[in-house]
Design a binder for this molecule. Structure first.
Ligand code: NAD
Length: 354
């Protein structure tokens, strides 16, 4: 990975320094309506380069991660006569970094981008790994590129204006990173109260980003080891879609946390993953990630059908899961039958109490 990560207590000063080093012809800042209100003023107050930059504001929310929004950024860049040596600074959650990263990667065949992630999810996940993109034809991230920003400036000072659910959602991905990393990191995360201590989590965030980078390093295009990062997503995506159908949308990281419990149950059955770790992880998820809907065995056919849509599957008969032999020992491409998943869902429901 060529991208720099700066973990910062003083992001405006670090951003100013990074921009000075890049010596751009001009600077554009892309923010959504919320980050333009909550975060951009914190940066302009202490960074003359951001104060002088052109601010491009887009609508908030994943529904606005569209080609139309990308066009509005390209148009604004053209109007300010941005050239190949201009820099685009994306200030926002994963929706803004994905969208602005895509606009930067494609404007004039690519200009440099700097990310200032403002949600926990964007800090630990979307700002690393180079995936940019927009939704298209109702499909998530259908059009995009693999292009890393030159730098990401990561600071927990922005998290104080996030809702507790947004903090917990990012924390779901951090739990996944800890499962992929080591037992000590997992222990630290399970002993922390994320929603109450969001502004104090920079060291944990740094640790989490490093885990993601370890899996992306040398496999930007997800040919092999990066696929371990799909842990928790096979069942997680199905939970997310089921919730959406019932108009009770759940944040992505909540679905991942619950999906990880299902993956750990399967890991226990197939690879002997330790049951004490499975139980303490499930207990943490049950306590911190309540779901607004119930799940009974009558829902299994629908859940299984949703899991069959997962693009990782190569067969109609089995599901492709990332599982763990133990914490820090992932195995990608584990093929699991429908009966195995039904059995795992029964155990998951017992553990979580739904
Ligand atoms: N590129 C990747 O590898 C990757 C990885 C994970 C997720 N994603 C993408 O990230 C997006 C989800 O990211 P997200 O959860 O950050 O969503 P988001 O960017 O939509 O942010 C969630 C909400 O929080 C608001 N917000 C952001 N920062 C704030 C702050 N500091 N204070 C107050 N409000 C703030 C936003 O305006 C928005 O309303 C999805 O589009 C997903 O596809 C990308």
């Amino acid at each position: 990975m060529t991208q720099k990560f700066i973990f910062s207590e003083n992001p405006a000063a670090d951003l100013e320094r990074v921009i000075a080093e890049l010596a751009p012809t001009s600077v554009a800042v892309v923010a959504d309506v919320n980050t333009a209100q909550y975060v951009v003023p914190l940066l302009t107050a202490a960074s003359p380069a951001i104060k002088a930059a052109n601010l491009i504001t887009v609508k908030a929310g994943d529904l606005n991660k569209t080609l139309d929004a990308a066009q509005s950024i390209w148009r604004a860049l053209a109007q300010m006569q941005a050239d190949r040596r201009s820099v685009l600074v994306a200030v926002g959650g994963g929706m803004v970094t994905d969208l602005a990263g895509f606009a930067a990667a494609t404007y004039m065949r690519g200009i440099r981008a700097v990310y200032v992630p403002t949600t926990l999810l964007a800090a630990v996940d979307a700002s690393a790994g180079g995936k940019t993109g927009v939704n298209f034809l109702g499909l998530k991230n259908m059009v995009g590129t693999f292009t890393e920003p030159v730098a990401a400036i990561i600071s927990s000072t922005f998290f104080s204006t996030l809702t507790p659910d947004e903090v917990l959602s990012g924390y779901g991905e951090m739990l996944k990173h800890a499962l992929l990393s080591d037992a000590k990191m997992l222990g630290r995360l399970l002993a922390f109260t994320p929603a109450a201590q969001a502004s104090a989590m920079l060291p944990l965030v740094e640790e989490s980003v490093k885990v993601k980078c370890k899996f992306v390093e040398g496999d930007l295009r997800e040919g092999s080891k990066r696929r371990a990062l799909n842990l928790g997503h096979s069942a997680g995506h199905a939970f997310e879609e089921l919730a959406m159908k019932r108009t009770a949308a759940i944040p992505h990281g909540f679905a991942v946390a619950h999906g990880c419990v299902v993956a750990l149950v399967l890991s226990h059955i197939h690879l002997g993953f330790p049951s004490d770790t499975l139980h303490s992880f499930a207990q943490f998820v049950a306590q911190h990630y309540p779901l607004d809907f119930t799940l009974t065995c009558d829902d299994y056919p629908e859940l299984l059908a949703l899991m069959h849509h997962d693009k990782k599957n190569t067969s109609r008969q089995t599901f492709n899961f990332t599982l763990l032999a133990e914490v820090g020992k992932p195995q990608i491409d584990c093929h699991v039958s429908e009966d195995d998943v039904r059995n795992a869902l029964d155990i998951y429901r017992d553990l979580i109490g739904i």
